[in-house]
Design a protein around this ligand. Structure first.
Ligand code: ADP
Ligand code: MG
Length: 457
């Protein structure tokens, strides 16, 4: 094998090992754009066309690249990254396979690996709490971009939003594998955008970002509430959205609340979010919870009696993630103790913590009492309309913790906190999130309290 072919083979192998160690965007931009040139004096020579890329690669990625290359090919002694100017020292331009980098610059093609294969419509139990959301999701999956654009799905934690958008993705890819679908969490979108503006002096990365997000048929942004307050990311989303929308490409959002309640969000984005179809998912009723448990037990091949499934569904009435975790725990416990899953007492023992974890024991009262104790304020004041900082800060923390720890509707939280409306609750939650980011001391308080309360479970 000649040195050029050898370099190509080695690099192809190392790319597979480097990919899991970096974010998708870093990998696409910095690593995939490198071209293996040859092996010279026991070194793997890689080419980049831009000096600025070479600088960044030496600053941030060369150690990782070397570690992986040298660990896999111990007869090599190093890796060198060169620019076009130096590459002729190693071989002529005609010997360099530039198509390798061309591939790297292609817009990211997504594939079904990004979707959890278990998150399908078939595996999603439909009940009163989610039937409209499912109908809308199926309509979008069948005809993306033609109706209900954007689709905005909102609802509490663990109620199936991510499952539903994965189901849309799985459905489209099965029926129309050529569709380019991009699923990202809002955190990923934000990070990639920030990376694109920070890490480059020229506009190339911005261009890469634009191309990545605009060369798709379907864009899915999960948990859009996390874009609140991030002004420039909102700007990027606004333009991305307009571009996709105008060319009739489908956009799907999920969020923990209605677009109009997304605080710290520009009005123009709020109105964009609402110009298609907005649907919600609510807490499932008992029948739906039982059906979900049956489905999960079937999927996981658990041998468990219907009585036990009903029992767990009755006891755990918060979100489905907790419901699922409870079932797994029962099965794990029964397997460990060598008993079959049909004995309520054994199940009770196994679920001691899980049942506590739901509103049965961890109630709003418990949380509020702990917050009052922690900040040394009177509960009556906390639930009153008083607006002094000494009271309103602990109140916001209490609201935040109730929201995070108990999957109960915002309106109920509002009622409990002295008849406040749900937008006040959302404001309090967002405020705490914001303060946690800026004020390390505040973050410490909240985490401290979370620890104390969790120990109560
Ligand atoms: P969210 O994104 O709303 O926080 P997820 O989509 O992550 O919630 O759902 C949490 C878990 O609950 C997942 O394992 C999901 O499969 C399951 N789940 C939620 N709703 C249903 C449902 N109706 N049928 C089956 N599984 C469900
Ligand atoms: Mg989710």
């Amino acid at each position: 094998m000649d040195n050029t072919t050898n370099a190509k083979n080695i690099w192809a192998d190392c790319l597979l090992k480097i990919a899991p160690k970096l974010s998708q965007v870093s990998y696409d931009i910095w690593i995939k754009s490198l071209i293996p040139v040859t092996i010279s004096e026991d070194k793997l020579i890689l080419l980049t066309h831009l000096d600025s890329f070479k600088v960044t690669i030496y600053k941030n990625y060369i150690n990782l690249i070397k570690d992986i290359v040298l660990a896999s090919y111990n007869y090599l002694s190093g890796v060198e990254v060169v620019t076009d100017e130096d590459s002729h020292l190693f071989c002529s331009d005609s010997e360099i396979d530039h198509s390798i980098a061309v591939q790297a610059c292609e817009p990211v093609k997504t594939n079904n690996q990004i979707f959890d294969e278990n998150y399908t419509f078939e595996n999603f139990v439909v009940g009163g709490s989610n039937q409209i959301a499912v109908a809308a999701a199926k309509a979008v999956a069948t005809n993306p971009g033609t109706q209900h654009n954007p689709l905005f799905i909102y609802g509490g934690v663990g109620l199936g939003k991510t499952h539903i958008i994965h189901a849309i993705g799985n459905y489209i890819l099965k029926n129309n594998p050529n569709k380019r679908i991009l699923y990202v969490t809002t955190e990923q979108f934000t990070n990639e955008y920030i990376e694109s503006i920070i890490k480059t002096k020229d506009n190339d990365l911005n261009k890469q970002f634009r191309e990545k997000y605009r060369n798709v048929d379907v864009l899915m942004l999960d948990d859009i509430q996390f874009i609140g307050g991030k002004v420039s990311t909102q700007e990027a989303l606004f333009h991305t959205f307009n571009d996709l929308y105008q060319s009739k490409r489908q956009v799907i959002f999920t969020s923990d609340c209605h677009p109009k309640d997304l605080n710290s969000l520009e009005e123009r984005l709020k109105s964009r979010f609402q110009c298609g179809l907005t649907v919600d998912i609510n807490l499932p009723d008992l029948e739906t919870r039982i059906a979900i448990l049956q489905r999960k037990a079937f999927q996981k091949k658990y041998q468990v009696s219907p009585v036990i499934l009903n029992y767990i569904a009755e006891k755990v009435d918060t979100n489905i993630r907790v419901l699922e975790a409870s079932l797994s725990k029962v099965m794990f416990y029964c397997t460990l103790s060598g008993v079959s899953a049909d004995n309520i007492e054994v199940v009770n023992q196994a679920l001691k913590d899980e049942i506590d974890l739901t509103s049965t024991v961890l109630t709003i009262d418990v949380i509020v009492d702990e917050v009052c104790k922690y900040f040394m304020v009177d509960k009556k004041d906390l639930l009153s309309k008083k607006k002094t900082k000494q009271i309103s800060n602990p109140r916001q923390v209490a609201i935040y913790l109730v929201y995070e720890l108990l999957a109960i509707p915002l309106t109920l939280i509002g009622e409990y906190f002295g008849g406040r409306d749900h937008s006040t609750i959302i404001h309090a939650r967002d405020k705490v999130n914001e303060l946690k980011n800026y004020d390390p001391c505040f973050k410490l308080y909240v985490n401290d309290l979370l620890d104390v309360i969790k120990k109560k479970k």
